[in-house]
Write a protein that binds this ligand. Structure first.
Ligand code: UDX
Length: 426
């Protein structure tokens, strides 16, 4: 099938490259000419496991190409056009739909109305209707939200838990079933509004789980319980399940914080004031503060104190630092006059864009430790787990580790003589 994907950030590029791997002919469109030029050379502008290999091999096979001109889409006569442009958070918390509107305008000017327009971007319920108004009545519009995790996006694309199709049209449903015919999973067909709400609800649900387990971890800190033991026993109940149950210093990323606020905003716009949604983000921000408090309690004077930081990315497997708790923690320590030496295996360039010269960027995780008092571990990269702790004990002037992800082997570290702080670990 001939397919156009508009937008080549995380969602659009994974969608385009993986659809090509399924055998479709895919043209990816992005208004950013320099990005398109790099993609044409097979360079993916961010780190996502396996993606660059797929982009290169699919380009070589002639199934994947890139352009900055939507008018080129006319030439391939697409059966389906996926809209995968950004829907950033606007000042009042609502999703900003300006890029979606611009893309719709481009489509009307360039493409035949026989193409099915599918919204892949995360959008508030009711957006499919708006896009149809922008496009005009000749176009059919469907919703098909994505559920990809950064760092695992390619594997999530090929092994999804479900595909959600939001349409009331048999033709649109059949086209989307054909698009994904190489993927074996459950397909849920529903109205566009339900599909759009499913996406927001999924992220809000997951974020609420994290805030709830973080609250339990904070209680564990006060009552002397161990959150790891609690997580294991809680997760054994199939009604609760053991995924997304790891407490830490707060969650981040480009989706959860934005989508939780956008759902709250969308509900209020439609006349319903949710009671449970806003506190999810309050707890999340408070979680970072509670973690910082552990550092302030251990070192009463932060001014001039030197800390090494391992991990900048909001999640292991990505170089994305958007809304990363690591950056929130770093900024707060800098405000109090700390000196920081940071390392991340993949997110150094993106970290540098945000932090500039406010911190020192170390060439390796071991270099980051030199001359520092204590270590903060803020992203769950596997290499941090298997660090040479005996050597590290000699490098840190005080043997103190703050584990913002509760993932280090705390008992082993204590055996080597470290003082280790996590969240709710007693
Ligand atoms: C999320 C959704 O999982 C995905 O389905 C949706 O399409 C986009 O938003 P993403 O934000 O990329 O994906 O990553 P995810 O793996 O969900 O992690 C989000 C945050 O939660 C990270 O900061 C992560 O470290 C944190 N997290 C996750 C925890 O703190 N504890 C956990 O148990 C799991």
């Amino acid at each position: 099938m001939n397919i156009v994907v508009i937008g080549t950030s995380y969602v659009g590029l994974v969608q385009g490259a993986c659809l090509a791997r399924l055998g479709h002919s895919v043209l990816c469109v992005d208004i950013d000419e320099s990005k398109v030029a790099r993609l044409r050379e097979g360079v993916v502008p961010f780190f996502e496991p396996d993606l660059e290999e797929i982009v290169r091999s699919e380009m070589q096979a002639g199934r994947l190409s890139f352009t900055s001109k939507i008018t080129e889409a006319v030439m391939i006569q697409p059966a389906v056009i996926f809209l995968a442009v950004g829907t950033p958070q606007s000042e009042n918390g609502a999703a900003d739909l300006q890029y979606l509107k611009a893309a719709a305008r481009d489509i009307v000017a360039a493409v035949q109305s026989t193409a099915l327009v599918v919204i892949k971007s995360t959008v508030p319920p009711g957006t499919s209707k708006k896009v149809k108004e922008w496009l005009g009545s000749d176009f059919e519009v469907a919703s098909n939200p994505e559920f990809l995790r950064e760092g695992k996006a390619v594997s999530d694309f090929f092994n999804p838990d479900r595909i959600v199709i939001g349409t009331t049209s048999d033709r649109a449903e059949q086209l989307l079933r054909d698009v994904y015919s190489g993927i074996f999973t459950q397909v849920f067909v529903m109205s566009p509004e339900s599909a759009e709400l499913t996406k927001y609800a999924a992220n809000t649900f997951l974020a609420s789980r994290l805030s709830l387990i973080n609250e339990v971890a904070n209680i564990a800190d006060h009552v002397g319980a161990n959150i790891k033991d609690v997580e294991a026993a809680l997760g054994a109940d199939p009604r609760i399940g053991n995924q997304f149950l790891r407490a830490g210093a707060g969650f981040g990323g480009s989706c959860f914080p934005k989508d939780v606020l956008a759902l709250d905003h969308a509900a209020r716009e439609h006349g319903y004031a949710p009671k449970l949604i806003a506190p999810i983000m309050e707890v999340n921000l408070g979680q970072t503060e509670l973690f910082l408090q552990k550092i302030y309690n251990r070192f009463d004077n932060i001014e001039g104190r030197k800390f090494s930081v391992w991990g900048l990315a909001f999640n292991a497997g990505t170089d994305d630092v958007r809304e990363s708790p690591a950056l929130r923690i770093i900024e707060k320590l800098l405000e109090r006059g700390a000196e920081l030496c940071v390392f991340d295996p993949y997110a150094m360039a993106s970290g540098r864009l945000v932090l500039g010269d406010k911190v020192t960027f170390a060439p390796s995780m071991m270099d980051a430790l030199i001359g520092t008092d204590a270590l903060l571990v803020l992203t769950e990269w596997e290499e941090f787990l298997y660090a040479p702790w005996n050597t590290i004990a000699e490098l840190l002037s005080e043997r103190v580790i703050f584990d913002g992800k509760n993932f280090l082997p705390h008992k082993d570290l204590r055996d080597v003589g470290f003082e280790v702080f996590g969240i709710g670990l007693n």
